[in-house]
Ligand binder design. Structure first.
Ligand SMILES: [Zn+2]
Length: 102
């Protein structure tokens, strides 16, 4: 599957760069992604490059939801919603959670 490591998405009318990275000083090693509203180059969404497409998509959706309503939605709700939406998308496109090529 071909992937793009850097792009921008408009979330709630604001343009957010999205970068897929192996490591970053802004990304805690235990986290799959981070949404930086201000400071640290924000607005910016960082997603840890992950060999598991389900985890990567889950993280991307999760951080985009934060970008839509920064500091507004409960973390528990964002986690559940991102995971559920990621699974629905993967089912539609017949993507079995597996390793991304390379
Ligand atoms: Zn979160």
């Amino acid at each position: 599957m071909k992937t793009i490591d850097r792009f921008a998405v408009k979330l709630n009318g604001r343009l957010w760069p999205v970068h897929f990275v192996k490591t970053s000083k802004h990304l805690d090693p235990k986290d799959f992604g981070v949404c930086i509203e201000k400071g640290g180059g924000g607005p910016l969404i960082l997603i840890k490059k992950n060999s598991n497409i389900e985890e990567e998509l889950d993280a991307l959706i999760h951080e985009c939801i934060h970008g839509e309503q920064f500091d507004f939605l409960a973390e528990e709700f964002v986690e559940m919603m991102a995971t559920d939406v990621a699974r629905a998308i993967l089912k539609r496109y017949h993507v079995v959670p597996r390793l991304i090529d390379g």
